[in-house]
Design a protein around this ligand. Sequence first.
Ligand SMILES: Nc1ncnc2c1ncn2[C@@H]1O[C@H](COP(=O)(O)OP(=O)(O)OP(=O)(O)O)[C@@H](O)[C@H]1O
Ligand SMILES: C[C@@](O)(CCOP(=O)(O)OP(=O)(O)O)CC(=O)O
Length: 321
Amino acid sequence: MTTARAHTNIALLKYWGKKNTELILPYNDSISLTLDHFYTDTTVDFVSSLTDDEILVDDQPLTGSGLKRAKRVLNLIREQSGIQENASVHSTNHVPTTAGLASSASAFAALAAAGSKAAGLDLSDKELSILARHGSGSASRSIFGGFVQWHAGHDSQSSHAQSIQSAVDWDINLITALVDTKKKKVSSTMGMQAVVKTSPFFPAWVKSAQADVEPMKTAILNKNLANLGTIAENNAMRMHATTFGAVPNFTYFQPQTLAILDAVRNIRKLGVECYSTVDAGPNVKIICASSNNELIMDKLATIINRNQLLVCKPGPGIKYL
Ligand SMILES: Nc1ncnc2c1ncn2[C@@H]1O[C@H](COP(=O)(O)OP(=O)(O)OP(=O)(O)O)[C@@H](O)[C@H]1O
Ligand SMILES: C[C@@](O)(CCOP(=O)(O)OP(=O)(O)O)CC(=O)O
């Protein structure tokens, strides 16, 4: 029996579109920051008496596409280890209850790590990243701590994450503004599939996202918050532009999302370094230095309750408990 802990991550350069939906191969590289605040603990045991995999997430049986994805990861572990038994999986998401924050990244990274170890495999971080990717693309990055690059690659073996800077020894924080905590109408999986198929902006997105990779790596290595934030904010807006171009068009933004994006631009005009990024949902993440956290949260007080603002710091990679 093995327990692993994986932290969630926020993409500074987004993964948005699959070249291969079976293998989860993305069109472009993405770059993320692993966060300290949100994580998943998963315990896996292979048990001969079980007639099927039994997967409980927060004490509820996993169903639907979540179950299919988890079984895909467990089947790969059985293939690689030669183990025949079914798995008993217990997982707990340590994210604010139903906050609508990406849990699939930490979920499938923790499952890949705990499952492979429980099956007797001793996988490298690269191999774990490839395994986790088969559950959810963003999970490939949650194997590593700090700043991480997912190389798009051209096949399963070449599409994996790699550390850019695991111990983040400079001041970068992320304030999460919880605009809406309900389950979103369009999942990431469905949203990206729709834009790949129908948005004329998609090819331009891929081109500009890939062009962001080297400047973003340079900004990280130079600890340059202004460059990092500017590239991240533009990248996020371009990702969301693809949804406006889709047929039928859709958006993850809500009125409060737009109000916060505007407020961040205004705070920046005052000379305070802060930048927004938004994933496939209405919540805004504000990239800033910790010294500006209070000032930014005070300025946002007219738009959003203080208890809907959470400060996150860089977090670690996979851990066995
Ligand atoms: N701890 C867990 N272990 C295994 N699977 C999980 C766990 N937590 C969530 N899942 C599954 O992961 C999938 C994604 O979950 P959720 O929609 O909450 O995260 P998300 O990352 O915001 O989603 P999306 O893929 O749309 O971005 C769901 O199918 C869910 O059932
Ligand atoms: C907008 C994003 O958060 C999309 C994440 O998508 P997922 O990794 O959740 O998608 P699947 O691979 O279909 O499970 C950007 C990102 O995290 O890079």
